[in-house]
Design a protein around this ligand. Sequence first.
Ligand code: NAD
Length: 481
Amino acid sequence: MPSAETNGTNGDSAYQFYNVIDGKPRISKDHHQVIDPRTEEPLWDAPIATSKDLDDAVEAANRAFKTWKKSTTAERQKAVHDVANIILQNVEVLAEVQRRETGKSRAMSRFDVERAAWHFEYYRTVSLEDELQYEDDTVRIIATHTPIGVLGAISPWNFPMILSTVKVVSALATGNCVIIKPSPFTPYSLLKFCELAQSVLPPGVFQALNGGADLGEKMTLHPGIHHISFTGTIAVGQRILRNCAGTLKKVILELAGNNACIICDDVDLDKVVPQVTTGALFHAGQVCVASKRIYVHESLYDKFLDRLIEESKKFAIDDEDSISFGPLSNKPNYERAVGFIEDCKKNGYKIVAGGDVKPREKGFWIPPTIVAKPPENSLLVQEEQFAPIVPVMSWTDEDDVITRANLDNAGLGASVYTPDADRAQRIARQLESGTVWINQFERPHHAGFFGGWKLSGFGGEMGKQGLLHYCHTQSLQIAKT
Ligand code: NAD
């Protein structure tokens, strides 16, 4: 058991956590504790949901759906606005909980929680309307968008609030009910958020259950859950898709991306290097759309690399208050990152910054690490590292760099830097990924549809289009008599 002294919260009820079922917090017989990635000490008790908890939540959600699906757009927009306010009224506690479970700085964690509120606020005014598809003297055809039912939302640990709340708000805004399962590495902020949101939502509309792969697996197989929105690794996404086939659930898969960042020969390094460094190192590279492979035009490669090494030093300091860098969020991801560095060392690749795998006595730290021109077929280039280990390659031919960028596992995001607007769009439109950022580092925007291609998944969320993936489209074909 973690002591109040160890986790620094002295038994405060804000730091007690429950599964949330049918509008009420529910205690659990079994618990686990997340390891604080900075101190390696256990945090608070996190309840583990049972199969009975899942069945009860599914029953409550189906009961609530009967009424919630009939609510008007205006009623749901009021509800999402009320939830946004709940988040904003509780920023301090949600940000502190998330900071401790993820290892983020105070500034990063607070920003994430505030952004979660923006997602809700965005859908206060954005909704799907009926669309006239066709009309003649005999028939009028309307496309209307109806909720699917009970959503099972399964989320990862890197942005526990933002990545989960986008699923919750998309479901609520379209008239679905949602049961969310946070990652067992970061259960606290989501459980607390769900508990707080009960004060403004009908029971059963939004519920949260904590558990690991086994609970996620039961959700994907449960006949009372009608659709799944999953964010995580490619391998788990593939398994989820297979599991959902049995009940033919509709599935959204937001999976990993081995994103390329292309730097053209006409860029201003003063402007571009800070952007690219942030794109690669923000949250220690644990961002699905982070720049995971940097391709720099050969004519400015050496200058770029020197500047990148200098800029990366700003991320190497530990400032728990402000910096957008921190330790890796959990031991498995730290060990995976060490594996990438060891592979680079074993193969004699040129590590030009960082590379120390145990820079401090406590915490899952990996310093910003830059690897110059590893071969294209190296592990670091071919696989997503999800850590601050950045391979920097060079290019001379535009078609060639586009081909190298378009790996099968690179379907989520990409970035292009050039002041030439035509060139930027020409390259961007040939990149096979769901989002391309031009002259800015990669950050999803709540108003822009976000989804992966190829091995990075399908379906999507955010923006008005994202709501379509949380609905059935029904065709009303009305005869004119
Ligand atoms: P993960 O796939 O290991 O786990 C994600 C979630 O799935 C967790 O809640 C986990 O408990 C659950 N899960 C595990 N096995 C399951 C199973 N068999 N059935 C159902 N659920 C199961 O991923 P992670 O390590 O938590 O997250 C990191 C990965 O997520 C990275 O690859 C990253 O690129 C990706 N990611 C993608 C996006 C995106 O929007 N596309 C965003 C963030 C992270």
